[in-house]
Design a protein around this ligand. Structure first.
Ligand code: NDP
Ligand code: OXD
Length: 308
């Protein structure tokens, strides 16, 4: 029995070492050098080419190396009967919280405005915003969003949460799917921590931006497909939105000629808000591998109908 580590853009050498450090009996090979293809029971995948999983006749589990699984679900070369598990780690939630806190501090201290002023040598002081000046709307209340929303609420922000099914979270005012506009109209900052599904595509659009409280900011760390890029540009031009912090994009890396690069009201980060930490991933992979080896279901299985 073996695990195949497959990625076109991650170096999995350290992951291989960590998995074998936890259980030296597991055979772990890194794609494309997979020794015995029929021995592979689990494929750990991130950014894989189509058909990369076709050569393994005894595959029992596909383990995503990240929380997002849309690319794996869209890959028609993967048979629908093979279960897919997502990466669901405490460290993804704590790292994401740190990213959102950083963006919120920048919003409160007018970072986008002062950086633009610095490049023009302009002295223009503004009042710093306090926690209580901003209502934060967290879209997606799963592993990451539920932790982020509750932590921000504990820091003194007014926090609202929105998810497909209604949640009960201490200190967070929760809304369900059909209450999107009622939710957004009470928020200064919309933070997307949603998966990429048919239903979440294009949610961050001009109509939603117009309904928000002023000043209005967007933080997108979910997936780039959720944002209508042209609507954001228009909303910045017309002052419906004052600034955006974007970590994910429709196409990554973001094209060099994309309009976002030249906007002083947009902060771009290269999909680093919460990167999977190797040691934590290795522990989850070994746990899921032991589970499937004993005939148990893996943890954090994706529901193909929901798309996450
Ligand atoms: P989970 O699956 O735990 O949570 C997803 C949440 O989104 C759930 O609350 C779910 O609702 C909600 N949701 C899904 N579809 C809809 C919809 N149509 N309308 C309203 N709510 C919806 O995922 P995680 O918290 O682990 O991760 C979330 C996403 O964050 C990932 O899929 C990935 O895209 C992104 N991510 C980005 C990273 C980065 O570095 N930028 C790092 C890690 C993750 P319900 O609870 O009712 O099911
Ligand atoms: C993601 C991740 O899904 O890096 O973006 O986990």
């Amino acid at each position: 029995m073996a695990i195949a580590l497959i990625s076109t853009n991650r170096n999995f050498l350290e992951l291989q070492e960590q998995i074998q450090g936890l259980d030296p009996n597991i055979q772990v090979d890194i794609w494309p050098r997979i020794k015995a293809k029929e021995a592979v029971r689990m494929g750990v995948c991130w950014n894989i080419p189509e058909h990369a999983l076709s050569p393994y006749p005894n595959l029992q589990l596909i383990q995503s190396y990240g929380a997002g699984v849309a690319e794996l679900l869209e890959d028609t070369s993967i048979p629908a009967h093979i279960p897919i598990a997502r990466m669901s780690l405490e460290s993804l939630a704590t790292d994401m919280l740190a990213y959102i806190e950083w963006a919120l501090m920048d919003i409160r201290h007018h970072g986008l405005f002062y950086r633009a002023n610095q490049s023009a040598a302009t002295w223009a002081p503004k009042d710093t915003l306090r926690h209580q000046d901003l209502s934060i709307g967290v879209m997606g209340l799963g592993n990451i969003g539920s932790y982020v929303s509750q932590s921000l609420a504990a820091q003194g922000y007014r926090v609202l949460g929105w998810s497909r099914s209604k949640k009960e979270l201490p200190l967070v005012h929760c809304f369900e799917q059909q209450e999107l506009h009622n939710f957004a109209e009470q928020c200064n900052v919309l933070v997307s921590l949603l998966p990429n599904t048919d239903e979440t595509q294009g949610l961050l659009d001009l109509e939603l931006f117009k309904s928000m409280l002023k000043p209005s900011f967007i933080i997108n760390a979910g997936r780039g497909t959720q944002l209508v890029d042209e609507d954001l540009i228009y909303a910045l031009d017309t002052q419906h939105i004052q600034g955006a912090y974007l970590d994910v994009f429709m196409k990554e890396p973001l094209a060099q000629n994309h309009h976002f690069w030249n906007r002083k009201e947009v902060m771009i980060t290269p999909h680093i808000a919460a990167k999977t930490r190797v040691a934590d991933a290795a522990a989850l992979i070994v746990e899921n591998y032991s589970r499937i080896s004993s005939g148990m279901p893996a943890q954090f299985l994706v529901d193909r109908r929901k798309g996450y």
